[in-house]
Design a protein around this ligand. Structure first.
Ligand code: SF4
Length: 472
């Protein structure tokens, strides 16, 4: 390395550079977010027989599919109507006709979920009118369900797209609410949650609590399908019969706040009872979830769940000394960050740098009041709308003990010489993490295992000979 390269590298780690880095306004470097249609696609995968359909270019769809495939290590089924230069001039109506016709004929879906890419939004394609015309021209049968979502990626993020698609799917598939009838089911909406392990844990807990429930959407068996020797194009999802009945739900329980505001508002406008909780990460968060479900069923919390809670509290007691007083930096989606910060507080950890690219004013207020509410939050600062290059500056000028986030943070962690515990999306350089829940009491144990064992591994790897011990 030349002397000038060395000098530049060292300047990149200086407070002077951090100041300049935080002064930048027009340039975003490595934002901790993905684009809207990716979230819409993931949401659509969670409905029985649903084929995700991008009204946009093939390249965009390739990006969504490859990102999801790299994260889940599964094939992700989705189609596109391949808008190209001529569509940019003449509009994409012909593409949508042909695309719907081919998708319906070749892939035999029960429902198609159409969402848009930037190009379709920039040229102003009216997908509702195009769909009506496609049906009139018999590209697909008149009564075939097609859900629609506008997902322009020059604003919002993957969580906005997820929200719009979920609303579009309910609008398309649910029959009107009947005032005098409820289906007595609890509709549980996890929000933008990339862990099939979480979705399966919700289902297990709801079953143990003898709850009549619908998980909406449920892509657990789609993005994490068993290898039984034959490929299934539609291996799972929320049953269409339960989608049809969604507006007659006894209650909707939302397990995130910031990833589903539009859907929540829509349901409230249809007089559907809605309750919103924080993502049940940590003991207190899980307690609230369990209490809410028990209140819904009117039954006592089963012994099995009390036992699980005890195991989690025991795991916390066994390991708190490894997390207590340690400093953390975190980045990711708003709901995940709120849950993780609460979990760290329960373990005595100190969240110091919190970067949320897709922050909102409401989230900012909630995170700041959460930090102010705990003695462990006093050193914490939320960097709303900042990216991972900002995060790098924070890590190299104001050191912490651990970084928590997805695989995109590995360069910043390496530059700051601190370990990265991979939680979030996408995780493309480790295996199986999406299969273990981070919610519920079992999630508490898994989080402790990941974080503490990473610290202990560091201690062993960096330990001088005289202090290399069996016990840690
Ligand atoms: S940001 Fe827009 S152009 Fe880029 S992949 Fe997403 S939808 Fe396509």
């Amino acid at each position: 390395m030349t002397a000038s390269t060395k000098a530049t590298k060292s300047w990149l780690n200086s407070l002077e550079y951090r100041e300049k880095n935080f002064a930048r306004e027009k340039l975003v470097i490595n934002p901790a977010k993905a684009c809207q249609p990716l979230g819409a696609l993931l949401c659509a995968l969670g409905i029985e027989g649903c084929l995700p359909f991008t009204h946009g270019s093939q390249g965009c769809t390739a990006y969504f599919r490859s990102t999801l495939t790299r994260h889940y290590r599964e094939p992700i089924a989705a189609v596109s109507d391949s808008l190209t230069e001529d569509s940019a001039v003449f509009g994409g109506q012909t593409n949508i006709y042909e695309g719907l016709k081919n998708a319906y004929t070749i892939y035999n879906p029960k429902v198609i979920a159409v969402f848009t890419s930037c190009m379709a939004e920039v040229i102003g394609d009216d997908i509702r009118a195009y769909l009506g015309n496609a049906k009139k021209q018999e590209a697909i049968p008149l009564d075939f369900p097609v859900a629609l979502a506008n997902t322009p990626s020059f604003k919002g993020s993957h969580i906005t797209g997820y929200d719009s698609m979920l609303k579009g799917l309910i609008e398309c598939l649910a029959t009107p609410r009947q005032e005098d009838r409820s289906n007595d089911r609890l509709y549980v909406v996890p929000g933008f949650d990339t862990y099939p392990g979480n979705l399966r844990e919700y289902k297990r807990l709801l079953k143990v609590m003898d709850t009549p429930y619908t998980l909406l959407p449920d892509y657990s068996d789609v993005v994490d399908a068993p290898n039984l020797g034959a490929y299934k194009l539609y291996p799972g999802g929320t049953p269409l019969t339960e989608m049809n009945e969604a507006l007659n739900a006894a209650r909707f329980l939302f397990l995130q706040t910031y990833s589903i505001p539009t859907t929540s508002k829509y349901l409230a406008s249809k007089a559907v009872p809605v309750e919103t909780l924080s993502m049940p990460i940590g003991i207190a968060g899980t307690d609230k979830f369990i209490e809410s479900v028990a209140k819904f069923t009117g039954k006592d919390v089963p012994e099995e769940i009390t036992f699980e809670r005890g195991l989690a509290v025991d795991a916390m007691t066994d390991a708190h000394q490894y997390i207590h007083g340690k400093k953390f930096a975190l980045y990711g989606d708003p709901d995940l960050l709120i849950g993780l910060v609460k979990f760290l507080f329960e373990m005595g950890g100190l969240p110091v740098h919190i970067v949320c690219t897709n922050s909102t004013p409401l989230f900012k207020k909630a995170m700041e009041s959460l930090l102010a509410s705990s003695p462990y939050g006093q050193e914490g600062t939320l960097y709303a709308g900042k990216d991972l290059w900002h995060l790098r500056s924070l890590l190299v000028t104001e050191s912490v003990d651990m970084l928590i986030g997805d695989s995109h943070g590995k360069w910043a962690a390496r530059d700051a010489n601190i370990p990265l515990v991979r939680i979030g999306f996408p995780i493309t350089d480790r295996v199986n993490l999406h299969r273990s829940p981070i919610i519920g009491y079992n999630g508490v144990i898994n989080l402790i295992t990941m974080i503490v064992n990473t610290f202990l591994e560091e201690v062993d790897r960096n330990s001088p000979e005289a202090y290399f011990e069996m016990m840690r």
